[in-house]
Design a protein around this ligand. Sequence first.
Ligand code: 5GP
Ligand code: ZN
Length: 401
Amino acid sequence: MSDPISALINLQFSPAVPIPEHLVGEVQSKLAYVDEAIRSARIAPSGDQITLEIQEGAANRQDAIQEKVQRVVHSMVKGAFKPKIQVLEDHLDRPVIFDRDPMEELAARGEVSQEADGIFSLGPMLTRLIAYFEGHFEHLAATFEAVPYRFPTLIPARYLERVNYFRSFPHSLTFVTHLREDLDAIDHFALHAACDEHGLNVPAESFSRIKTLLSPAVCYHLYFTLADSTLQSGSLAATAVGNCFRYESSNLASLERLWNFTMREVIFVGSKDYVLENREIARQRMMPVLEELGLAYRVESATDPFFVGEFRKQAAFQSAFQLKFEIRARLPFKDSTLAVGSYNYHQDFFGRHLNIQLPDGSPAHTGCVAFGLERMAFAFLAQYGLDSENWPSSVRQAVNG
Ligand code: 5GP
Ligand code: ZN
């Protein structure tokens, strides 16, 4: 990304069209991808002013950068309408006792150790807390008799291509390569590879063409195992936990937004009714769990963070058909909420694109319930702090043994 040592200059201007309040966060998060010289981007909550911090070295490209920003604004905002947010559960005002950002204390106690932007190791307390949450999620999966799977961390490019991932989320992809099978390239690497502030100093030609990426989601792997076949049983409930990767540029911050995070999913494949019914049952079964955790949260309709060109159309579609609901936990220290899980329905999208058939020959419908494990822990600690004496008793007992 950007050069960490160069000086920064501020660039302030108005968007070509005013950005409605409900799109401010969504547009702002995309500005990080507009130009490598952008170190931070902020849009005023009123949507009428954009402030960029750019590297001084790019001062002579200000106009070009501004033009690219306006392209993003135009594409995402023009003709967009405000989606009706449907709130299914509202426990945002559940009393919690903590109001600070837990990151500093987590770092001081050695509970988080940052390896790079968006890449963290977690210590014993966070690991135990996540194991406790996992126990609940595994129990949820067991109530559906969901069968367990283990999926790889890598995912073939041709699979992601088949499900249009490149069009929808190009900005968040993480590519995998290796040295070409070439003695000269490998020898050269062994002798000269070194890291500078820009990364590895290795010529691009040393690397193979990209056939593989790091996986952005868990449930895709299940759909790929079912591709080009008929689901003889007519329905399937499965569960898996896995590493997921979404590159978030300068939006990467604390455990809230990680490049590498872990997701537990319960996945449903079958008829439309089967998937929708089970998604709803899963939501109902999570209510007492979230109550036991004492979590202040809300479940509301949401859309995925589609990239600029696809954003308006796809977000409107998801919203109109209520395809996604998020569990959004309160972050008292910043007076905002964070998605810690989601209830998703993909209609027959994967069934059609991957040719997964039901016994009657129609394409299968799919849906998943997904929990972000690091975010669950982060939101819990943001509400209850690090001292376990202050935690709800069931959590304290489970984690302290
Ligand atoms: P979704 O498939 O709904 O985008 O993601 C499911 C869950 O994974 C989210 O509700 C969230 O808890 C977690 N998640 C998604 N993106 C990130 C991220 O960038 N960082 C972290 N820590 N968790 C994420
Ligand atoms: Zn999923």
